[in-house]
Design a protein around this ligand. Structure first.
Ligand code: FES
Length: 107
C-alpha cells in the first residue's frame, strides 16, 4: 500500500503534485485524468492517439517503449527525445519523485 509522488507541469507551466497509488494498476495518463489535468487520453490507453504524450523531465528509468508506442510517437506532433505516452507508463514504486510535463495539444 504505497503512493508515489509525481510532479506534473501543465500546459500553462503550472506545477502540480500528485499522489499516485502504486498498487491499483493505474497508468500515468489515468492518474493525471483523476486529478483533472488537461491530458485527454482519447483512445482510453491503447497507444492509439498520442493525446497523453508527456515529456519525462527527471531521470527515472522507465519501462521500455513498445512497438505500438514507438509507432504512435513517430506520427505525433511536438515529439522530443524525452516523449512518452502516459498511458503506457504503469505507476510503480520506482516512479516516486517522477517529474513530467504535458506535451502541447495536437492541432
Ligand atoms: Fe491514447 Fe495514450 S491515451 S495513446
Amino acid at each position: 500500500m504505497s503512493d508515489v509522488r509525481i510532479t506534473v507541469i501543465d500546459r500553462e507551466g503550472v506545477s502540480h503534485q500528485l499522489n499516485a497509488p502504486a498498487d491499483m494498476n493505474m497508468n500515468l495518463m489515468e492518474v493525471c485524468k483523476a486529478y483533472e489535468l488537461p491530458i485527454e487520453g482519447t483512445c482510453g490507453g491503447m497507444a492509439l492517439c498520442a493525446s497523453c504524450q508527456c515529456y519525462i523531465l527527471s531521470d527515472h528509468v522507465l519501462g521500455a517503449i513498445s512497438e505500438d508506442e514507438e509507432a504512435m510517437l513517430s506520427e505525433a506532433f511536438f515529439v522530443k527525445d524525452s516523449s512518452r505516452l502516459g498511458c503506457q507508463i504503469p505507476i510503480t514504486e520506482g516512479l516516486n519523485g517522477l517529474q513530467i510535463q504535458i506535451a502541447p495539444e495536437e492541432i
